[in-house]
Design a protein. Structure first.
Length: 94
């Protein structure tokens, strides 16, 4: 659940709240990614190494770096993507 904002250059910023504990599969971006954890914890997995990022901490993932992750329910994050990351889903009930 969250909000996505589009930059004129094709970049995006996102504010997300994860309501449930979840896992993201390994993937690669063609652009850089910056993330700040506002509340909770997001654990990045890069080259088999686990990097827990807790509230108040940030991480920068360079383009082309394979990564996956695990997020704890209730985690809130702010992201800046150097490209298009998220598509929008219409409003509920629309």
């Amino acid at each position: 659940e969250g909000y996505v904002f589009d930059g004129a250059d094709g970049s995006q910023a996102a504010f997300w709240t994860c309501r449930e504990t979840a896992v993201s599969a390994a993937h690669v971006h063609a652009y850089d990614e910056y993330m700040l954890v506002v509340q909770g914890c997001y654990t990045f997995i890069i080259n088999g190494e686990r990097l827990p990022v807790k509230a108040g901490e940030e991480v920068f993932i360079r383009r082309g770096v394979p990564h996956s992750g695990e997020v704890v329910a209730g985690t809130r994050t702010i992201h800046a993507f150097g490209g298009h990351r998220a598509d929008r889903v219409g409003p509920v009930g629309a």
